[in-house]
Design a protein around this ligand. Structure first.
Ligand SMILES: Nc1ncnc2c1ncn2[C@@H]1O[C@H](COP(=O)(O)OP(=O)(O)O)[C@@H](O)[C@H]1O
Ligand SMILES: [Mg+2]
Length: 411
């Protein structure tokens, strides 16, 4: 027996897993050298201020090693399945979203009377996901989508029997969408947001503020279309934190990369999926999986079962951050022609202010709009010969001028 075989047989799966974990971490660092990924660890966090932490973490290419109670809860539930439970992570006007701890699963169930709207969510999410999947990665590489999985009905006994024990007592089986979870941004990012953006009263009580349940599950909404001082806005909270373009600039975030990514994403929704993109959300969130495959040389040292255990491992401590696109319940198909152009323009302004504004008084916003517009038109030209993409842009610009001259009621 060769020495390699001997040592393979002698060592436990755990020690192999440990050494491979460290190889994978090295792999991530190495990938960073090649593709702009960085591996941010505790030393980095200790040595840098909040703006630098946000600048690096929200670059769409960062990795972090972190711990928090949420991370521990998920890791515990993963290691001890009896500790799993559904926790409410969000609620909108159509549905309520529950995440099953220790897994990547979320369940969105309809609010009262919203079953049909939820079904529309499922159909449009599937259409957008398929459109993204069949698009060249150059147009979608910075945008992630939750994977749209199962449509459930109240009589799906298999599902409800299996999952009732994880839901609150008395939870009625209902319709629902099973999809994958967008994990919150890690605690160091929440902490940096407080340092960089919160009013003094919140900063002074940072620890207790961060510990409040309503400040867990922090996804950051990317409001390129809102320039506003925070003091004039609503109560400060971290769940669905709405980061304004001026706050992004303050932390030197790459707003043009976000504008370009949103332009490409909207073009894919319009001209590849055929939906108007009404009321979708763009947020920063994270994902816990390390998907880097071990090298062929590493695989040669493992048995089939060891490799299986390693590659199915979920690690809630390593999280990659990125931009996520979600929430499709208001999306509709549209017709060719002027009615269709109007529908797309309405959807643009009906949405929360994710997209840059064409007629803002601030020249920085107008440059950002040009980045968005050029990216949108560039990607659209890959999918259609129609004049509608240009007509849509013209309609948004005309409406923008109207709004900025006559108002301040609308965004
Ligand atoms: N896949 C997901 N992972 C994590 N959180 C999610 C996910 N989907 C939705 N959420 C959270 O739940 C909130 C409500 O979900 P959403 O789909 O927007 O519902 P609605 O259609 O009612 O607006 C979102 O704003 C977001 O904070
Ligand atoms: Mg929503």
């Amino acid at each position: 027996m060769s020495r390699r075989q001997q040592s393979r047989n002698d060592s436990s799966i755990d020690s192999i897993t440990e050494s491979l974990k460290s190889l994978m971490a090295t792999g991530l660092r190495y990938a960073g050298d090649l593709s702009g990924l960085t591996f941010l660890d505790e030393t980095f966090l200790r040595e840098h201020g909040p703006e630098q932490v946000l600048h690096h973490m929200l670059s769409t290419k960062s990795y972090i090693l972190t711990t928090s109670t949420l991370v521990e809860k998920n890791q515990d539930a993963y290691n001890h399945p009896e500790m799993k439970s559904f926790v409410k992570v969000g609620q909108g006007q159509c549905g309520t979203v529950w995440a099953l701890t220790g897994t990547t699963m979320v369940l969105k169930v309809p609010n009262d009377g919203k079953k049909d709207q939820l079904y529309n969510d499922y159909c449009q999410h599937a259409a957008v996901e398929e459109a993204f999947r069949s698009t060249f990665s150059v147009f979608r590489r910075h945008i992630n989508l939750p994977s749209c999985q199962t449509w459930l009905g109240p009589h799906n006994e298999l599902f409800w029997k299996d999952h009732a024990k994880f839901l609150p007592k008395g939870f009625q089986s209902t319709y629902g969408i099973v999809s994958t979870r967008i994990f919150p941004v890690p605690l160091p990012v929440c902490s940096a947001i407080v340092d960089a953006c919160a009013p003094r009263s919140v900063k002074n009580n940072k620890e207790s503020f961060l510990a409040q349940p309503e400040n867990k599950d922090c996804l950051i909404r990317i409001y390129l279309g809102r320039r506003q001082e925070r003091s004039s806005m609503n109560a400060f909270r971290l769940r669905n934190f709405d980061m304004t373009v001026n706050e992004m600039e303050y932390s030197r975030l790459d707003t043009h990369l976000y504008a370009e990514s949103m332009g490409h994403a909207l073009a894919i929704m319009h001209w590849k999926a055929g939906v108007d993109g009404n009321d979708v959300e763009f947020v920063f969130g994270s994902s816990p999986e390390i998907r880097l495959r071990p090298t062929a040389a590493e695989l040669a040292c493992l048995t089939a079962d060891q490799a299986e255990r390693l590659s199915s491992e979920l690690d809630f401590k390593h999280r990659s951050l990125g931009i996520w696109l979600l929430d499709f319940d208001q999306c509709q198909r549209f017709e060719e022609g002027p009615q269709g152009v109007k529908q797309l323009e309405r959807a643009f302004y009906f949405n929360d202010p994710y997209y840059p504004r064409p007629a803002s008084k601030d020249p920085k916003d107008r440059v950002l709009w040009t980045t968005f517009k050029d990216s949108y038109l560039e990607a659209s030209a890959e999918f259609t010969d129609s004049k509608m993409p240009q007509q849509f842009i013209d309609a948004v610009e005309a409406e923008g001028i109207k709004r900025s001259s006559g108002r301040s009621l609308f965004g």
